[in-house]
Ligand binder design. Structure first.
Ligand code: NAG
Length: 842
């Protein structure tokens, strides 16, 4: 009896406890950590990341999207275990999280991992949260590359492989819907989503405007993105050290202009928050270190401590500065000025006085609207001479920059002026790198399209008799040759095998019916390539010859602009080593290009990643020479040289006889004319092949192509991807890895094993030297394509002589053959690099 009572009491007690728990559970917001594309959960620093395939009543996602994973991910991110999986989407993908209304930090984690059928460099997508646009046209590899380059430029050895986007959102509903939207014709991926409740208030609505008064900026009603978060003068603070909110605090030195303007100080004694409400704004660790001005003994200080950040134009920002006086025991000892973008944010700033003592953690927010022409935010702290010499020293402990949404938008996409040039990113840095096969921001291209439209409109205005039978888009600005020659026979037969820049071109206008017939009504089984523009089909045209038929996605303006460039370029150029255009079709809003069929596909497919037999060294040299010839022609053949801009092994195609031809002129630009020595333009091209100087200065010259070609040379000899994120850090980027060995004159260590023993080491040595010269940091030191071509021919001769000698091994020494080559080289040395005329006369 007693026992029974006891049991009843106990179960009642349990019920009460459970009830209390449930109530607490209901009342308190919880974190949601989603491990995308995974069917199991992973613990990191005591937090459980739940696989999105694990049943969870609070989290769900729309059924679209494929799971992807990799075993081999190297890198030192603490999030590595959750970065090994991702969810890929070609259509919109939604994650829905049931939350208690309130403020949340939302982090989207992206880490490009190798994907089976897709090139992760080609991904391009946007994101929104409960209708607030967070991202648009995001290229994750592009942003990572950009940030790494930026940090490297300040001497950091940066090689981050992942990207975390952080937002602070006030959620008014009881759901948070994160929408992920691929850009037209592309796809996206996501590795993890983190939703962390913010219990205390992080922002006040009313804050001080730079060079103005306190004002209500309705911060709680706007979406906020964290742009930068730095622990000034101290080490990196990891998420696990920032208990509730799991924020990451970077070191500040890489953002500082002349880092030695500030010295680091440290004091970890009993720091407390100046106001209890501030306790979640930053962990106390942030306040234990600071930067103060160097040379405090110098009476007259004539410098500022300055930090410089890239920001998106046309947004409002909150700059949050964290301070804690660690040295002085009274006010008036350290008084300074604060400038934000050259304007005074504060005079006579005295941390001790404001915080109410020493070791008191204190912060100050400033609101600043950044104009549409401003791409940087400078924060400077310097002496306030009015305060008298004794107190003029500055101090800063931490710094955060937040971007505020405008009209429901936080996303920023690079803008271009009417000429298609970037109007942005100061001279040295841009946010965007167009990545992958012709994939670039559709918005960039929309701008180009606008220009095209403008030109067309102008032309139409000028010539009202322009025939205009197609209401859809038509390549009106194309070279007359193509447009007017619709009745002509196909171009292949009449094609001049050598270079010619004559502007009258023959190109057949195909009907859509003919194209449908040739491709078996766009039969999927005939698809031989897919890119940002649409698909490429193998087809048989009426005379029985094979053709590659490139069909633009009609909705894709991106494809349109590039297509038109391509037709324009190809209609002006004919060369044995450039892929030739047979004709085109424009009917019912279709834009289709018909090229000669290249039976052996891309050079890349013969180097790695397929089952095709490896090419011999001689074959590889022949291909490189062919491609170099095509490029040399592009650079010098036309009246105004043409820069290809997207040289890579997937744009070098091989015909049935392994003759190399350059393709994909979608990104080409006409080269500098006499007055200018470069073309200033938005950075496009492919990650891994980009000329760093082009990246830095956005100035395009033929030497940018030479750089990319150098990378191709290394790719040909090493037979590996130019960027392989699955390799150890120092090997990821082929250009760096190969240069490292080449500089030590031991390139043979890393060459394709298939080549070992089958090539003349002397030829390899010369080959390595050429590639090395192409990759010279300084453009002026890089050879011209003509010089590259000539040297490659010499390499081929060395190899042929070696083969010859090997054939006759034992019966005849190879010395004579080599001597012959040397002799010939002497003769040629005296001559100039072969000119185009010489080539033509071949
Ligand atoms: C510090 O920076 C501000 C804003 O750019 C500038 O006006 C001021 O002259 C600088 N002070 C010194 C001592 O260089």
């Amino acid at each position: 009896m007693e026992k029974l009572q006891c049991r009843q009491v106990r179960s009642l007690f349990f019920l009460v406890i459970m009830f209390v728990f449930i109530r607490i559970g209901e009342a308190q917001s919880q974190s949601f950590l989603i491990n995308c594309g995974a069917n199991s959960s992973v613990n990191i620093d005591g937090r459980k990341w739940v696989g999105d395939l694990v049943r969870n009543s609070n989290v769900s996602f729309s059924s679209t999207g494929m799971a992807a994973s990799t075993d081999s991910l190297s890198g030192d991110s603490i999030y590595e275990p959750i970065y090994k999986s991702a969810r890929i989407f070609k259509d919109g993908l939604n994650y829905t999280v049931e939350v208690i209304p309130g403020n949340y930090i939302v982090r989207l984690h992206f880490c490009p991992i190798p994907l089976e059928d897709l090139n992760v460099n080609d991904s391009l997508f946007g994101a929104a949260a409960n209708g607030l646009k967070l991202l648009s046209q995001l290229s994750v590899p592009g942003e990572i590359a950009h940030k790494n380059l930026y940090l490297q430029s300040s001497g950091e050895n940066a090689s981050s492989l992942s990207l975390i986007k952080e937002y602070v959102l006030g959620i008014k509903l009881d759901v948070l819907v994160i929408e992920l939207i691929p850009s037209e014709g592309s796809f996206g991926f996501i590795n993890a989503i983190e939703v962390v409740p913010v219990v205390d208030r992080l922002f006040e609505d009313t804050i001080q405007k730079v060079a103005g008064n306190d004002m209500d900026f309705n911060l709680s009603g706007r979406g906020i993105e964290t742009m930068y978060r730095l622990n000034v003068g101290g080490p990196e603070i990891k998420p696990s050290q920032d208990s509730d909110l799991w924020r990451m605090w970077e070191v500040d030195s890489s953002y500082m202009i002349t880092a030695n303007a500030g010295v680091e100080i440290r004091n970890s004694s009993n720091i407390t928050y100046a106001s209890m409400n501030d306790s979640s704004l930053a962990p106390l660790l942030v306040y234990e270190t600071a930067r103060t001005m160097s040379n405090t003994e110098v009476l007259e200080k004539r410098f500022n401590m300055s930090w410089k950040f890239e920001v998106d134009p046309d947004f409002d920002y909150v700059v949050r500065l964290h301070f804690c006086e660690l040295l002085y025991d009274s006010a008036n000892e350290r008084i300074f000025k604060i400038y934000i973008n050259n304007r005074t944010a504060a005079n006579t700033f005295d941390v001790f006085a404001r915080a109410g003592g020493r070791n008191r953690a204190y912060h100050q927010d400033y609101f600043d609207a950044v104009s549409s022409k401003t791409y940087t935010l400078w924060i400077q702290l310097g002496p306030d001479t009015a305060a008298g010499a004794s107190g003029t020293d500055a101090l800063l402990s931490g710094l955060e920059i937040f971007k505020l949404s405008r009209n429901g938008n936080l996303a920023y996409v690079e803008k271009y002026d009417s000429a298609g040039n970037s109007v942005s990113r100061s001279k040295s840095w841009i946010l965007w790198v167009g990545i992958g096969a012709g994939i670039a921001s559709a918005v960039i291209l929309a701008a180009v399209f606008t220009l095209v439209f403008y030109i067309r409109k102008n032309r139409r205005d000028k010539s009202s008799d322009m025939k205009n039978n197609s209401p859809g888009w038509r390549p009106l600005f194309l070279h007359k040759g193509i447009v007017n020659s619709t009745a002509n026979a196909k171009g292949t037969g009449s094609q001049n095998p050598n270079g010619s820049t004559s502007s009258t071109r023959s190109g057949k206008r195909f009907t859509l019916a003919e194209i449908r017939c040739a491709t078996n009504n766009f039969d999927e089984s005939l698809v031989i390539g897919v890119g940002g523009f649409g698909k490429v089909y193998k087809g048989e045209i009426e005379d029985g010859s094979l053709a590659a038929i490139k069909r633009a996605n009609p909705q894709s303006e991106q494809g349109l602009a590039e297509f038109e460039t391509e037709i324009e370029m190809l209609s002006r150029l004919r060369h044995r080593h450039l892929v030739s255009l047979i004709g085109f079709c424009e009917e019912q809003n279709e834009m289709i290009l018909v090229y000669e069929y290249m039976a052996n596909g891309t050079l890349r497919s013969h180097l790695f990643g397929s089952d095709l037999p490896p090419l011999t060294w001689k074959q590889r040299l022949d291909v490189c020479i062919g491609a170099a010839r095509g490029l040399h022609y592009l650079h010098t053949g036309a009246e105004q040289g043409i820069i290809h801009r997207d040289i890579k092994t997937t744009n070098i195609l091989l015909d049935e006889n392994f003759v190399a031809k350059m393709s994909d002129f979608g990104l080409s630009k006409t080269g500098p004319s006499m007055e200018h020595t470069h073309v200033s333009t938005a950075v496009k091209g492919s990650f891994g092949y980009l000329d760093p100087e082009y990246f830095r200065r956005q100035q395009l010259t033929e030497k940018s192509d030479v750089y990319s070609f150098g990378v191709v040379l290394f790719e040909v000899v090493c037979a590996r991807a130019v960027i392989n994120p699955t390799l150890p850090k120092d090997q990821i980027n082929l250009a760096e890895w190969a240069m490292k060995w080449q500089r030590q004159r031991s390139l043979e260590t890393i060459i394709d094993p298939h080549l070992k023993g089958n090539l003349s080491l002397e030829s390899l040595e010369k080959f390595g030297e050429i590639a090395e010269k192409c990759l010279d940091d300084e453009r002026k030191n890089r050879p011209t394509m003509g010089e590259v071509l000539w040297h490659l021919e010499y390499v081929l001769q060395l190899q042929e002589a070696w083969m010859h000698a090997n054939d006759r091994e034992n019966s005849f020494s190879g010395c004579q053959a080599l001597a012959e080559v040397e002799e010939e080289r002497e003769i040629r040395n005296g001559k100039e690099v072969p000119t185009l005329d010489e080539e033509k006369s071949k």
